[in-house]
Design a protein around this ligand. Sequence first.
Ligand code: ATP
Ligand code: BTN
Length: 243
Amino acid sequence: LEIAESTNSLLLQRSVEHDFPDQRCKQVVAAELQTGGRGRRGRSWLSGLGDSLTFSLLWPSKCTVHALSGLSLAVGLAIIRALTRIGVQGVALKWPNDVLFDTRKLAGVLIELHGDMLSPSTVIIGIGLNLKLSGGVRDRIDQAVTDIAGITDHMPDRNHLLALLLRELKAVLDVFEQQGFQPFQEEWMRYHAYQDRLVQIDFPDGTVKHGIASGVTPSGALQINTPAGMLHLNSGEVSLRGV
Ligand code: ATP
Ligand code: BTN
């Protein structure tokens, strides 16, 4: 599409209205421009015309909500694998949904579910990946960001990169559907941005905790070693940052 408010919202709406030909098919919507791109918890994803890849995949998953808890981590790995194919190195993963380069945010993943909470009928996987952000967009983002143009001399063709991302996503989802996050655990840890580092965790109720990030479990929970013992963070509703 040339323009969409949010590709995630569009696919969510389609799945609510059953407005697609075959509910068993995966579908992808990509937009040149999003006017209301969304991140987690009501936050915004900002981009300008053609300066990022912004797209969503509707995945008619058979997974339970519980099994889906590691999905955003596995999707992060699909992004890393696609970037590796175009020669981009040095990218890292921030639990649960960000791709970083040198602590700057390069890409984000937004997973939303539609249907029964125990067994959702569809999963919407949204990805925003910065290609070449204009100064105007950068100035409006309230954290350190980067783009592909800033980290490689060889700017990839956008369509080629989108195709690579979709291919890697399909490979990851095929395995995830059968075996969950466990087969990706070791690979994810290799890219973990905060492994063995002191981090701060902000909980939705305002509580703040500190500890050493010590990897993820086979289900994708983040383990934090605190003075009070090991914390397992399952919910993507907490925010993490290095200190
Ligand atoms: P966390 O995921 O740990 O809660 P986060 O700050 O990355 O932290 P998200 O909801 O994942 O929060 O992402 C939304 C945030 O991403 C926005 O609040 C903004 O800071 C940042 N952001 C918005 N647009 C872009 C962009 N094009 N590139 C990088 N970051 C962006
Ligand atoms: C995040 O970092 O919180 C996730 C950002 C996800 C952005 C993508 S862009 C395509 C899709 N449509 C949206 O509105 N959001 C996702």
